[in-house]
Design a protein around this ligand. Structure first.
Ligand code: SAM
Ligand code: SF4
Length: 467
């Protein structure tokens, strides 16, 4: 039996299976009028409670979901305005001693072409992405003691900051002890991300047959260690498709609440990765597939339950679905991604080194056009991490509607910087037209005058100006 809320090195499990199962059993679907009156009251401060989220997930009525989607979009805009954050993953290593049955990097995949980047190679990948316009990267790694541990990742973080103009680096790597997490933090990592994959212990056991990742409780308590190691911003998520999505979504929300209770801050991001088939993985289809319609519901419930979190949807998803989720609460998307270490420089696809197959393979230029075309502002901003608007401060400011006052000018400044560097004149004009449009929205902001000065400097060629 796995521990049920038993202490692990002093940490209580933040989510217990009994609590989530009970919530699911007791959740009655909403009647339409009841749902409408509840949804009408939601805001960044008045979020969906866990029992309410369970009831919404039990509700089938399409009109209720239509209203919930509209509310999710309204809440997203109250928190972040019209900006959609763009980032790219940078895969450092596909070497791994775990055996996650869904992953192409798992140890027993003998067909995988194994690659671990040196700091110099990682810098070259980062330079490639910098040229495309990215300022924030998510460093991703398999778990291989002696090769990919904290010291290696911290060296790479430092090398990329030294050798490129990258402004913030986030990390998605194995759960670590507190002292190793401190190394990552001290090297300048912004957000530390670990997905629990599944919060259902039996499913977890079946999916993670061997290696350190088989330890459910060590993974589930890692954000408490990260907070003690000095991280103020952490990212959580469940890998959708392994178990009942309702159970996973409620568990993620409970995990988010427990971070608020214990550390005063909601997670900075909630990712919604969905199972994709992977070369050499022993799982060709998802055990509990999540449909596109269900995926949309998940994004809506995450947004309404944890309004201040960045909801992340990656290139695992199709172009059309990624466009739809922008209208219902998602706030961060990746673009032009590769999941094989060294893949950006390599240029050609190497399926045998990839983690899983990607669906939306559009370039950043195409994604920027798409976001503009849908009336949003593509943002390459990294300002909060560098202005101490992190952790508790960020959660509080976001819930009070004060973050969007920074998001708009920062999104516009980074979009203008992107436009100035763009080689395609049509793309440049489209970006600058959006900046002009956004300037009108700035009127009335206490930052408007300073924004005007900074914008003029960016148009003249200066870089990295922000609030
Ligand atoms: N190795 C570390 C770990 O497992 O936590 C971090 C990096 S792992 C490469 C990043 C995430 O990719 C995993 O947490 C998992 O959710 C996701 N992933 C793995 N295989 C996948 C698949 N076949 N489809 C979609 N996502 C997958
Ligand atoms: Fe290794 Fe992570 Fe893949 Fe599991 S998901 S095999 S831990 S890289």
């Amino acid at each position: 039996m796995l521990p049920q809320n038993k202490p692990l090195n002093g940490d209580l499990l933040p989510v217990t299976p009994e609590e989530i199962s009970r919530l699911l059993e007791e959740a009655a679907p909403f009647r339409r009028r009841e749902a409408f009156s509840l949804l009408g009251t939601l805001s960044p401060r008045r979020r969906l409670t866990l029992p309410e989220a369970a009831r919404l997930l039990a509700t089938e009525d399409p009109m209720v979901w239509e209203t919930a989607a509209a509310m999710a979009r309204a809440v997203r805009e109250e928190v972040f305005g019209r900006r959609i954050v763009l980032f790219a993953p940078l895969y450092l290593s596909n070497e791994c001693i775990n055996n996650c049955v869904y992953c192409g990097f798992r140890m027993d995949n003998r067909k995988a072409g194994r690659i671990t980047l040196s700091p110099e190679q990682a810098v070259r990948e980062a330079l490639f992405l910098e040229k495309r316009g990215f300022h924030r990267l998510l460093l991703v790694s398999g778990e291989y003691p002696g090769k990919t541990d904290a010291g290696y990742i911290a060296d790479i973080v430092r090398a990329i900051y030294r050798g490129t103009g990258m402004r913030i680096l986030h990390v998605n790597a194995a759960p670590m002890p507190e002292e190793e997490l401190r190394l990552l933090k001290e090297a300048g990592t912004g957000v530390y991300q670990v997905f629990q994959e599944t919060y259902h212990p039996e499913t977890y056991r079946a999916m993670h047959p061997s290696g350190p990742k088989a330890d459910f409780a060590w993974r589930l308590t890692c954000m408490d260690r990260a907070m003690r190691a000095g991280f103020r911003d952490v990212g959580i998520g469940a890998l959708l498709g392994l178990y009942d999505y309702r159970y996973e979504v409620l568990s993620v929300i409970r995990h988010a609440e427990s971070l608020l209770e214990a550390h005063g801050t909601f997670p900075h991001t909630i990712s919604a990765p969905r199972f994709k088939s992977a070369f050499g993985s022993s799982l060709s289809t998802a055990p509990r597939p999540v449909s596109d319609r269900e995926f949309e519901k998940i994004v809506i419930v995450y947004r309404l339950s944890v309004p201040t979190a960045g909801i992340v949807v990656t290139t695992r998803e199709s172009a059309s679905l990624r466009e739809r989720v922008l209208d219902i609460g998602a706030s961060q998307i990746s673009a032009g991604s590769k999941t094989d270490p060294g893949g950006y420089e390599e240029g050609v696809r190497r399926a045998e080194a990839e983690q899983f197959t990607l669906d939306d393979t559009r370039t950043i230029e195409e994604i920027v056009r798409m976001i503009l075309g849908r009336g949003y502002i593509p943002s390459l901003c990294t300002s909060c991490y560098r202005s101490n608007r992190t952790g508790e401060t960020f959660t509080e400011m976001a819930a009070d509607g004060h973050i969007r006052g920074f998001c708009l000018p920062n999104a516009l400044l980074t979009l203008a910087e992107y436009a100035v560097a763009a080689e395609d004149p049509d793309l440049r004009d489209k970006c600058l037209a959006a900046v002009e449009e956004g300037k009108k929205e700035m009127e009335g902001s206490p930052l408007n005058e300073a924004f005007g000065h900074k914008l003029a400097r960016v148009i003249a060629g200066e870089k990295d100006l922000f609030f």
